[in-house]
Design a protein around this ligand. Sequence first.
Ligand SMILES: *Cc1c(COP(=O)(O)O)cnc(C)c1O
Length: 250
Amino acid sequence: MSEVNVAENLKVVRQNIIDACKRAGRKPEEVTLIAVSKTKPVELIMEAYNEGIRDFGENKVQELTRKMEEMPKDINWHLIGHLQKNKVKYVAGNVTLIHSVDSYELAEEISRQCVKKDKTQDILVEINIGDEESKFGVDYDDAEELVYKIIGLPNIFVKGLMCIAPIAVNYEENRKYFKKMIKKVVDINKVMGDNVNRESSRGEFHDLTGGFPLSVLSFGMTGDYIAAVEEGSTMVRVGTGIFGERDYNK
Ligand SMILES: *Cc1c(COP(=O)(O)O)cnc(C)c1O
């Protein structure tokens, strides 16, 4: 037994998601809980796996690929951290979703590697929603253009938008950013019509929630996932709330 009670934490997070959905008139199935396992050992992560979690998020390529090898094969792996172009070859076509595409050059490299391997890759476009110097992501006003350009590339499919909201003291503070994310996805879908309604890498058609082509919204972390779900997030990325505080010195 670890000091962190992963099973108990998961019970709380899952119930919070169900309650937030109820308040917002949404179905809990619309929300995927991604357990963010960065810096955590495989044995601890397996406690979440044993509680039924099949979506895990990592922010470093090397750590992600190592854990992919060591853990069961029915896991959906999400790359949620900044991706450097020279590391694209290690993940392109091999992970369920890359959440952090914020430039055309990066998308081009993902596309190029996928064509080479005869694979495809689903991605999200990351927006720097709080307009913070320290954060990656495309500027809010440039997001449409980036999405439209990436759509033209082969073997890479834009599924939606992602953001890392500013660190919130009170989760209510980030509600305004989540509302802006929803507005952006609605705006893009209005223009885009049905153009990106294509088959995903896993051979299934994504549920196009609300009838829009971009159907994935990845926002909400330990400090603000309740507000995120209330506002319409379809993927919340929770780390600390499941696995406890991270120690980066280890
Ligand atoms: C670390 C991380 C998370 C999880 O953060 P917590 O506050 O621990 O829930 C979510 N998204 C990204 C991109 C991260 O890097």
